[in-house]
Structures are given as structure tokens and as C-alpha cells.
Design a binder for this molecule. Structure first.
Ligand SMILES: Cc1cc2nc3c(=O)[nH]c(=O)nc-3n(C[C@H](O)[C@H](O)[C@H](O)COP(=O)(O)O)c2cc1C
Length: 349
């Protein structure tokens, strides 16, 4: 067993977190991770408040272990979803992309706030704002890593702040967990690796693409959802790199978001204006690309459309070779990490 500040802070058995992944980290996968001793994170950015409450309830029906939610703070419905999570006293609130306004409310019921950062200077700010732990995302990651790799970012942040750190971006096995601990982290968060387990809802076609991919088979660009991020190298992803701004698809994507969030036209317009005016808001063209990215992700995840779909995925797909159960994966990563740490210990003269 590996006991770290991460296992202590969250009251979990293993220092392994299921990264919040919109659409993918649903109650079934979240509870499987919790029941196997890790920290499951339910992604709620795609949900309207009613769905958020239902999903939280479903997780509680499936596990009695600590779990968290992940919310992208710049999306439509972020405020309402966070309010539901607080009402439900979710033990861990993990946010990304934005500043938390809710730290005191979470601390009031004994919950923990975990910020996600990809740039070292943002770490100190997040701690100042009251975060209890941080997820540090390196360039290797699926979706939104920045320029620095995990190798550089983790020790830098470990020297800057005192709170427990969870390393994300490029982690898929026990050697990675041991390396993260050596670099100053207290555990790891895995996204891509957990997409390819039995309990994951990702379509089999895309699980297979992840297994077949080498470490070179991802693309990193702003074209996929307006912010620099990494996806699997599919036909559509390569075409998006060459295409000019997709105006018609942006309208189709916006209508889909409106429908998924169950918003009236007035509310949708209001949410869009609010996002544009927010301190950390994005320009309209970024929101438009986000809408297009959402549409193409759903094509990949639900329909398994390898021609028109795109999927956020990290460089570590190069090391993913099978589809284990969640428990098999977590047990294997822990056993490998323990073996690696023992082996390293024998190097001492
Ligand atoms: C399909 C997909 C969806 C994601 N959605 C979110 C999200 O909603 N919120 C978030 O903070 N990060 C999101 N991420 C990023 C992950 O939380 C995590 O940082 C990343 O997967 C870690 O890198 P790895 O894939 O190398 O493990 C997503 C990643 C993937 C693969």
C-alpha cells in the first residue's frame, strides 16, 4: 500500500484519481474507481443542474466511498452546477479553467477544493484562493495541457506550494506513479488510461484506436475546441487542422449545447454573454470552436464514428495495450509502483 498526503487528505486507499472527463466520467466509472480504492471524479460540465443532482445520487447509490465532481468554470451552467454540488455536500470539488468563488462554502461542510492548473505561476494563486490540493497538468495530457511537460512542471510546482499535488498528463502505469512521487507529487490522475477500461462508456471503436495509437499519434492545437489541447490523430482531427473557421458547424454545435443543457433561447443567449464578459471568459470564436468540438466528441464517444469523430487523448495512448477492469488496472498500477520503488531502493550503494 502507498500512503501519501493525497490518500490522507481524501481518505482513500490508493493515490490514484480518475481525471474528470466530460461525458466519460459517469457514475458507473466513477463508482468503480472509488470501490477499487481510488478517487473517482464525476464530470458535470455537460449536465444541467437536474442531471448533476441525479448523477451525484447515482454515484452515492453505487459507492459509499469519497468521490468528487469536476466542473469547467467557464462553461454555461457552471454556477448552477457548483451550487448543486455544494447543496449535496460532495466531498471533493475539482475545478478547471477559471477562479473558484465557492471555497468557503465547500470548507463550511468539510469538503475539499482541488484546483487544476497547467502553468506553474497559477499554482500559487490557486493555493492563495484556498485550494486544498492541486492537479498539475503537463503537456502530454489529453485536452488542455500547456507548454510545459509533467517532468518539468511537477518539481517546479512542488517547490512553490505546500499542498498535496496530483500529477496529470502522461500517467498510465506504476512506473509513472513512482516517477510522479519522485518528482514531488502525492499521487496521479489518469484520463486517457481510464477511458480504456471495461466500465468506460467510450465506444469500442475509439478504445481500439487508443490501443492501436503510438505515442506519436496525437495532435495538439487550438482548432479542436478553441483552447490548446490534444486529441487522437483521426481523419477528422487532421482535416480540422487544415480547415478555415467552421461557421456553419459552430451554429449546429451551439444548438446542440442549448439542447443538451435544456436552455431556452433567452437563457442560452444570457449564458453566452455572461461567458464572454467573465473575467476569465473567452472570445466568441473560442466558444464557437468549443461548440464544434463538443459535437465531434459526441460523434466519437456515442456513435464510434472514426471518420467524423474526434477524441481528446494523451500521448500515453502509446502505452495502452489492453482493456482491463477498473479494479484490475488500479491493482496493477499500485503493484508496479511498489515494485519500481523497491527496485530503485536497491540502487543505494
Ligand atoms: C475525453 C476527455 C474529456 C475531458 N474533459 C475534461 C473536463 O471536463 N474537465 C477537465 O478538467 N479536464 C478534462 N479532461 C482532461 C483530463 O481531466 C486530464 O487532465 C487528462 O486526461 C490527463 O492526461 P492523460 O490523458 O495523459 O491522463 C478531459 C480529457 C479527456 C480525454
Amino acid at each position: 500500500m502507498l500512503k501519501t498526503r493525497m490518500t490522507e487528505l481524501f481518505g482513500i486507499r490508493h493515490p490514484i484519481m480518475l481525471a474528470g472527463m466530460n461525458w466519460i466520467t459517469e457514475p458507473k466509472l466513477v463508482s468503480a474507481v472509488c470501490n477499487a480504492g481510488g478517487l473517482g471524479i464525476l464530470a458535470i460540465a455537460r449536465c444541467n443542474p437536474k442531471e448533476t443532482r441525479e448523477n451525484i445520487k447515482q454515484v452515492r447509490d453505487l459507492t459509499d466511498k469519497p468521490f468528487g465532481i469536476n466542473q469547467i468554470l467557464i462553461g454555461p451552467g457552471a454556477k448552477e452546477n457548483i451550487a448543486v454540488a455544494i447543496e449535496e455536500k460532495v466531498p471533493i470539488i475539482n475545478y478547471s479553467l477559471g477562479k473558484p468563488w465557492f471555497v468557503n462554502d465547500v470548507h463550511a461542510y468539510g469538503g475539499k477544493v482541488v484546483g487544476t492548473i497547467a502553468v506553474a505561476k497559477h499554482a500559487a494563486k490557486a493555493v492563495q484562493l484556498g485550494c486544498d490540493a492541486l492537479v498539475i497538468t503537463g503537456h502530454e495530457a489529453a485536452a488542455h495541457g500547456a507548454a510545459a511537460t509533467s517532468m518539468v512542471l511537477i518539481p517546479l510546482v512542488a517547490s512553490m506550494v505546500k499542498v498535496p499535488l496530483i500529477a496529470a498528463g502522461g500517467f498510465y502505469d506504476g512506473r509513472g506513479l513512482a516517477a510522479a512521487l519522485a518528482l514531488g507529487a502525492d499521487g496521479i490522475s489518469m484520463g486517457s488510461r481510464f477511458m480504456v477500461v471495461k466500465e468506460s462508456m467510450v465506444h469500442d471503436n475509439f478504445k481500439k484506436l487508443c490501443i492501436d495509437a503510438s505515442e506519436q499519434d496525437t495532435l495538439y492545437s487550438h482548432v479542436f475546441d478553441g483552447m490548446n489541447g490534444r486529441v487522437l490523430k483521426t481523419k477528422e482531427a487532421e482535416a480540422m487542422m487544415k480547415r478555415s473557421f467552421p461557421i456553419i458547424e459552430a451554429f449546429q454545435g451551439a444548438l446542440l449545447v442549448k439542447k443538451l443543457m435544456n436552455l431556452s433561447f433567452a437563457k442560452f443567449l444570457g449564458a453566452t454573454i455572461e461567458m464572454l464578459r467573465a473575467e476569465e471568459g473567452h472570445p466568441l470564436w473560442v466558444l464557437a470552436r468549443q461548440a464544434v468540438g463538443n459535437m465531434k466528441h459526441l460523434k466519437a464517444l456515442n456513435e464510434g464514428d472514426v471518420e467524423k469523430g474526434i477524441l481528446f487523448a494523451g500521448q500515453c495512448c502509446g502505452g495502452i495495450t489492453d482493456i482491463p477492469t477498473t479494479k484490475e488496472l488500479i491493482d496493477r498500477v499500485i503493484a508496479e509502483a511498489e515494485t519500481t520503488l523497491s527496485k530503485l531502493n536497491t540502487l543505494k550503494a
